[in-house]
Design a protein around this ligand. Structure first.
Ligand code: NAD
Ligand code: MG
Length: 387
């Protein structure tokens, strides 16, 4: 069996770093074709020295000098900009693209890979949130597989192995509830970023950690699941399961339910996606049920955490709605992280942006780019008005 050559978009992020740990563990199975990053150029240099990719790509031309000084004497080709991201993502020498950029910026390079029939291990859920129908069509047309990295979707994907798709009655996405589970608006209106960044179970990048605290992450995941598994919105349930032991479930047409479980550690779904269709033996810590005598479940409180309700509405409305919501959410989250707006104001920004931006039913890629830009502009104006 030859080595699988992996290209990583977003190598310096939480998912990118953990993927490289997996790759380092199994040098006989994987090689690294390219690495990309927007920030943490120093870390990118260290990663390049360790994994000897053929290419590295940074976002800004100005970052090239640092890279040339550090690794200009190697065979690694150094590039910058969005076009370069798409170029490496669609290299024929890539067996599997790990799409682990955060946000809308992941869409174009992910599409570029799929258009070349390259399989994608998808962490960048925003790609499916923004343009799910288009992305799935392109994958199908070019015979590319999309293997989920998001833990819930990896769980469902694993439960579906060997099952006929038409026997799925519904899926049940589990949500940890984040750091503010059971909290009410009078508490939430005063919370600050330091508290919101403390997720009880998962150690992740800043944006997704805030999304988890607002439940927007679960909203994004419902939309992600709708496209990934070709389900109707009514076939997707969300249940709060604070321990994050059950990573999600599938209920079949005979009432049987399958779940995938394990300790909450993103390296497991990352490893599964990189290794698919093979399972790779590892020595990760094992789950001991004696330490979890009671698994707990409860309804999500969508009256308090209204972002989840907004995402369900965007899914129902279709067209460019989820794209607009995603853009407004990203700007709201970054403004919250800069202490410019309060926790509950994030929801207001998203809701008002969704009301303002015109609806486009059949959006093309250009229309998504335009909707994303306009929604960000609108959200930034609304954020300014709050200050
Ligand atoms: P992160 O912020 O830690 O890392 C993002 C990576 O993308 C970095 O390498 C960064 O330099 C790069 N990047 C950021 N903006 C970019 C841009 N505009 N253009 C090019 N590159 C850019 O994020 P993360 O937590 O690793 O999450 C990555 C994706 O995976 C997100 O879509 C997130 O929702 C999803 N995800 C993450 C986790 C997790 O545990 N971290 C779990 C499930 C899903
Ligand atoms: Mg998830």
């Amino acid at each position: 069996m030859g080595k699988k050559s992996i290209g990583i978009l977003g190598a310096t992020g939480s998912i990118g770093k953990q993927a490289l740990e997996v790759i380092e563990e199994f040098p006989d199975r994987f090689s690294v074709e390219f690495l990309t990053a927007k920030s943490s150029v120093q870390l990118l240099v260290e990663q390049a020295k360790k994994f000897s990719p053929k290419y590295i790509v940074v976002s800004e031309e100005e970052q090239l000098d640092v890279l040339t000084a550090a690794i200009g004497d190697t065979d690694i080709k150094i590039m910058a900009g969005e076009a370069a991201l798409c170029e490496v993502a669609s290299l024929e020498s890539v067996d599997l693209l790990l799409s682990a950029i955060v946000g809308f910026a992941g869409l174009k390079p992910t599409l570029a890979a799929l258009e070349k029939g390259i399989d994608v291990a998808l962490a960048n859920k925003e790609t499916l949130v923004v343009a799910g129908a288009m992305v799935m069509d392109v994958a199908k047309e070019h015979g590319a597989k999309i293997i989920p990295v998001d833990s819930e979707h990896s769980a469902i994907f694993q439960c579906l192995q060997g099952e006929a798709p038409d026997t799925v009655e519904k899926i049940i996405l589990t949500a940890s509830g984040g750091p503010f589970l059971d909290k009410k608006p009078n508490f939430l209106k005063n919370v600050k970023k330091d508290h919101a960044l403390q997720h009880p179970n998962w150690d992740m990048g800043a944006k997704i950690t805030i999304d988890s605290a607002t439940l927007m992450n679960k909203g994004l995941e419902v939309i992600e699941a709708r496209w990934l598994f070709g389900l109707d919105p009514e076939q997707i349930d969300v249940i709060v399961h604070p321990q994050s032991i059950i990573h999600s479930m599938v209920q079949f047409s005979d009432g049987s339910i399958k779940s995938q479980m394990g300790l909450p550690d993103m390296k497991l779904p990352i490893q599964y996606a990189l290794g698919y269709p093979n399972r790779i033996t590892n020595n990760f810590k094992r789950l001991d049920f004696k330490e979890y005598r009671k698994l707990k479940f409860k309804e999500p409180d969508i009256k308090t955490f209204r972002n989840l309700a907004l995402a369900l509405k965007a899914l129902e409305d279709g067209g460019n709605s989820a794209c607009v919501m995603n853009a407004a959410n990203a700007e709201a989250v970054y403004a919250f992280l800069e202490n410019k707006i309060g926790f509950l104001e994030m929801t207001e920004i998203i809701e008002n942006t969704m009301e303002e931006i015109p609806f486009v039913e059949d959006a093309s890629l250009d229309a998504f780019v335009e909707s994303d830009r306009e929604a960000r502009k609108c959200a930034l104006r609304l954020i300014k008005e709050k200050r």
